[in-house]
Structure formats: C-alpha cells, structure tokens
Design a binder for this molecule. Structure first.
Ligand code: WTA
Length: 641
C-alpha cells in the first residue's frame, strides 16, 4: 500500500504544516481522499469550541472496518494483519492474515446481530490480550455498535460504574486471562460487577484459561458456540461476507473511560471518520510505516494507545500489528527482546516505565538477542527521562534507530506532538514538534498566550484536528467544563509544557490533580474516594511523588480513627480496599497516618504542601500562614515515612 500523505523529508514536513495552518479544510480533504467512503462528505469541518461542537467530514458515510480490512483483501489477503505472541513463550504464536481477520470479524458481527445487538448499542469488552479482543472490537465497529473496552486490571466496582454510565446491554469477556505467572479471573470479576445490574442482557464468554466459571442461563453465552453458528451464516460456497453498516462520519465509534480531576472517570467519545483519519495519518507519519513492516506496540488494548496503534491505525494502513498477551518481565526481563528477535520486529512502541524497569535488570537480558531488524523506537504515556532515553537509544536501537517521543492523550485520539522517525530530528526527553494540523499554544494562569521560545506554560491547542474528543458520554457539559472552559476558545490538555530555544516542546507533566503512574492516568480524587470507603478512615489526601520506575508514585495521607488501631494491619486493608474499588493499579505506594491535613480557612486541602512533603522537600514548603492550623504541617513532617 502507498501512503500519498506520508511526509518523507524535513522540508515536506514544513510544507505540510504550513498548508494545514493556512487551509486546514483543504489539507484534511486531501488526506481523507485516501480512505474508502460510501458517500463523500459535503463539508470538511464545522466547529466552535464554546459548545463545543466539532463536525469533521459532515455528510460522509463509511464503515471503519472496510478501511481496516476489506480494502486490503485484494492485495494483502494472505499477508499477516495480526501476529499474536502468547504470554507463555512455549505456547504457539498465532498469525492472522487479512483474509482470516475478515472472516472472524464478519462472524463476530453476525454473532452480535444474532444476539440482538444493534447500531448504537454499547458493548462492554473486558478481555485479555488475545486476537479475539481485536475481532470483538472490529465486530462491533462493523455493525455500528459502540465498544467500550475496559482494561483487565480494573475491579468489579470500576466495571459496574462504567457499565452504568454507558448503559451497556452487552458484555464480551473471557473466562480468564494470563499475565506473567498470574491468572486473572475475568468472568468472575464480571459476575461481581453484574450484581445488582439490571441493564446488561447478554454476556459472551471466550475460553482462554479454561478456569471453572459460572454460566447463567439465558444471560451467558459461549463465544465458541455462537461463532460456530455465525460461521455457517457468513460463509456461503467458500465466500465470506457480512455487510458493513453504513455509518455517519460523526456516529460514535467507541467510548473509552479515563480519569480526570473529579472522582468519576469520564467516557471519552470518538467518532468514526475523524478518528480513522487521525489514527491512520499519525501512524503512517510518526513511525514512517512501510507496508510489510512489523509494528509492535506493547500497550494493552484497554488503553487508547492500544486502540489507535495496535488496532485501528496499523490495520487501516494495511500493516502488520504484533499483539502481545504478556508482560515485559516474565518469564524473564528479556521477553520484549526475545519477541523482537523472534518476529523480526521493525517498530517497537513502548512506555518509559517499561524501559526503566528493564534497565534495572541490566544488559544480560539484551545480550544474545538479535535486535538488528529494529528501525524505529517509540515512547508514550509519560515524559521519558534522559537516562531512560539514552539507554533505549544505545542498547536497544544500537544508536541506529530514531526514537519518537509521542505526546498525546485519550482525548486526542492519536499522536499530537512528536518527531517523525528519521524525518524530523529527535531530541532526548522532548516530544519536539507538533504534527501537521496541530497548533499548540502555551498560556499563563489567566489564559494569556506566552509567545516566543525558551518559555513554559499550560499546554492548549487552538484549532480542532480530526481525532479530537467529541463529547463525554451522556454528559456534554462535563466535556465543556473539563476541556473547553478553562481558557476560552482553546482545548486545554491539563499538561504543563516548555518550548525550547528551537521551538521544540517538552511536556513536563500534569498541572491538575491527575497522577501518571506507570503511564496510567489516575485521578487523586478517585483514589481518595476509594481510601475513604475503608470503614476506619475519616479523611484522606493523595498526591504524586517522583518514583524511579513508575514515574509517579501514589502517596496517601490518611486520617484514621477506626477502633482497629494496629497500623501495620490497617495499611494492607486500605490497599485491599483501593484494589476492590478501582483496581490494583491505583494502590498507594506509601500511606502515612496523620491526625490532620493542611487546610485553608475555607476548608480546602493545600496539596502543594503535601506534594513538597512527599517529595522530601521539607525545607521548601513555602507560605503556611493561610492555613487554619500551621502546626499540622510540623506534625506531618515528623511522621514522614
Ligand atoms: C502524559 C496516553 C510526556 C500526559 C497516550 C498526558 C506524556 C497523559 C506523553 C495522557 C509524552 C502521554 N511525554 N507526557 N510523550 N504521552 N503523556 O490519556 O500527561 O492515558 O496528558 O494517553 O499522559 O494519558 P492517556
């Protein structure tokens, strides 16, 4: 496949950027020509950031799965679309050609239709990283059902909240999932999430671990049985087909929940056409993808990175996407390098937290692995520190491979600021330059633009791009207040950012109450709510602190007045409570019991002070005169753990 919109030189980058600035509509009109449409759009863009309202490719009709599958069948039908590497290296790899993917996705579409799923219905997907997860996602998209994938690490309570918010009537899950030496009982977690739920009608269960599970009559269905039945319907005389539903450009494609600064995760909504164009355009340009290359994104499909750069971007580009079921450190810390060697991976896209953790295991695990197939390395999820960058560059890329440091968010649908591999220069620890169509600006607290170079401020984006968030599911006002109300006429990212002397951007981290733990977004309010559920807890305050491997660790200050005063017993109970309410990823790394929290006279917790204490910067606490009781600070410092 050729990509006429692929930028190949630095000069072309500057030209494309200029065109996208001068005439965005013409620019995106040209890019969108490279996709399959049932009906062409009448208008490229209609927007305002006050409501907000963003409409891309108005009037256009299409189905994203025809772009991800059908259009490649004639030329790439027997080529691999997916390569699946199991958790256990002794189990066999599965290679899924485009023909096979087509068949499986048609079967899922038929199976869902048989079970009553219709266009616009919400289907919650809670599975491990098996190829069937990709089939499930694309099967939903084929019939226009809105998928909401939930990461396998979230608890029953988190699932219950998301099911309720999305009013999902259908679930696709697995009996269990393998992750390293652990087995995760997915179906049993779903059963817990469904206690008291009156909306979910049907649950489809794919067998992965063969763990004993409960199957409730008329509610739970085996994937294998339903797929077998569907196979007979979609395959006639050796020809497979299931008509792809014609979707409006702005019909929702999926909901993906993400944390914000309030207690409740928001359902970020992306729509069909804009998301497709943006995920594909960024995939092809940032990684400089060439047909036939093997792209290995180590994320889980439960996060946006997996949606855009395991499923939609690579497949829409006719690429080969490697899906890995396991974790980087099992059976040992050489697992990634072994996969690169075994499958001759061209592009490796991973997270700084994984790099830092593997660095810690030393170079023995890299030795003896042939990494010469690698051409491009990528980083995503959090700022990559210089040390990790250098280690990745030298020991994995052998100083031959450019590193793309890709800054973006669940809400942006695809990569926003990044160098283009080998085309625009990389700079350690810098995301560098915006993609064409992205116009970042830095503002001060009052929303005044900070111009010039060698400056820093809050990162905002001026003009819509095709992959921008359209709404937060069921609550448009929340979308407005979260992203478009802080600064008028700007999309506010929640990130702080520096612009260096050459105009390169360096993201410094969140400026709101959101933590980034191992590349996962977690709201402090969410963790506090979970801690406060513990029977003996009166109040708590959660902040982030610098953590060598996770990037940020979670530090919780807890006022505890339960009768059970044994603190050594209580800590694990609090951790267990957080695990139950959110999931293990939100467990605090440190819990300090305190008798009071630093509050202003109006009762607001001064997190600034708590952050300093968590970072060990006791000498630099700053002004405490506005506190209701300044003595509290002394007491907290004395008790630091
Ligand atoms: C952070 C992940 C620095 C940032 C795709 C953002 C980064 C949040 C980078 C979004 C990067 C992501 N450099 N920071 N290259 N990439 N971030 O929604 O704080 O899970 O706002 O999307 O991760 O996290 P999310």
């Amino acid at each position: 496949m050729t990509y006429p919109y692929q930028i190949k030189t630095l000069q072309q980058y500057h030209e494309a950027f200029k065109q996208s600035e001068e005439n965005p509509e013409m620019f995106w009109d040209n890019v969108a020509e490279n996709f399959v449409w049932h009906k062409k759009w009448d208008k490229v863009l209609d927007w305002n950031f006050t409501e907000p309202k963003v409409v891309w490719f108005k009037g256009g009709k299409l189905n994203i799965t025809e772009n991800c599958i059908d259009r490649h069948l004639a030329t790439r039908g027997d080529e691999p679309a997916l390569i699946w590497e199991p958790n256990n290296p002794n189990e066999e790899t599965r290679v899924v050609t485009y023909n096979r993917l087509h068949k499986r996705v048609c079967q899922v579409a038929q199976m869902l239709t048989n079970l009553g799923v219709k266009k616009g219905d919400r289907v919650c997907i809670y599975m491990g990283m098996v190829p069937e997860l990709t089939y499930a996602v694309l099967g939903c998209a084929r019939i226009g059902a809105i998928h909401s994938v939930i990461f396998g690490g979230f608890s029953a309570q988190s699932i219950a909240d998301r099911l309720e918010d999305a009013k999902a009537e259908y679930i696709i899950t697995c009996d269990g999932a393998y992750r390293g030496n652990k087995e995760i009982p997915l179906k049993s977690v779903i059963d817990d999430a469904l206690l008291g739920n009156k909306v979910v009608k049907k649950v489809i269960v794919y067998t992965r671990t063969s763990t004993p599970i409960s199957m409730i009559k008329d509610r739970d269905f085996w994937w294998e049985d339903e797929m077998e039945h569907a196979e007979k319907q979609v395959e006639k005389n050796g020809v497979v087909s299931f008509p792809a539903v014609s979707m409006d450009a702005e019909d929702p494609l999926f909901i993906l929940y993400t944390s914000g600064s309030t207690g409740k995760p928001k359902g970020v909504v992306h729509t069909v056409a804009g998301y497709m164009v943006w995920s594909t355009y960024t995939f092809v340009n940032v990684f400089q993808y060439k047909t036939g290359q093997i792209h290995f994104c180590t994320a889980d499909i439960g996060w946006i990175t997996g949606h855009s750069y395991i499923v939609y971007g690579p497949l829409s580009a006719g690429g080969t996407s490697l899906m890995f079921e396991g974790i980087p450190t099992w059976p040992d810390a050489g697992r990634f390098w072994e996969i690169v060697d075994k499958h001759k991976v061209d592009i490796l896209y991973t997270a700084p937290t994984a790099i830092r953790s593997l660095m810690g295991f030393g170079l023995d695990y890299v030795k003896g692995k042939d990494l010469s197939s690698l051409k491009v390395l990528g980083s995503v999820g959090e700022p990559i520190n210089e040390e990790a960058w250098q280690w990745y560059y030298k020991n994995i890329g052998k100083e031959r491979c450019p590193i793309v440091d890709t800054w973006w968010q669940t809400e942006t649908g695809g990569i926003m600021i990044s160098n283009l591999a080998g085309v625009t220069p990389h700079k350690p620890a810098h995301a560098t330059l915006p993609l064409p169509g992205i116009h970042p600006i830095l503002v001060d607290e009052n929303g005044n633009e900070i111009t010039g170079n060698s400056v820093s401020g809050n990162l905002c984006i001026k003009h819509p791009w095709p992959g921008i968030i359209r709404t937060t599911y069921g609550d448009h006002e929340r979308c407005r207040t979260n992203y478009f109300a802080t600064y008028p006429n700007l999309y506010f990212t929640g990130d702080g950012c520096m612009r260096d002397e050459d105009g390169n951007y360096r993201i410094t981290g969140r400026v709101d109450d959101v933590l980034n733990v191992s590349g996962h977004r977690i709201g402090t309010a969410e963790v506090e709510n979970a801690i406060n559920m513990h029977s003996g807890v009166v109040e708590s305050a959660v902040v982030g602190y610098t953590h060598d491997i996770k990037g940020q660790g979670i530090y919780a200050y807890v006022i505890y007045e339960g009768s059970h005063h044994e603190q050594n017993l209580t800590r694990p109970d609090i951790l267990q409570t957080v695990s139950r309410i959110i999931g293990p990823i939100a467990k605090p790394d440190k819990i300090q019991f305190v008798t009071g929290l630093p509050k202003t006279r109006s009762g607001k917790i001064m997190r600034r002070i708590l952050r300093k204490i968590a970072e060990g910067e006791m000498g630099n606490i700053g002004d405490t005169s506005t506190l209701l009781d300044p003595n509290v600070v002394e007491e907290i410092i004395k008790g630091v753990i």
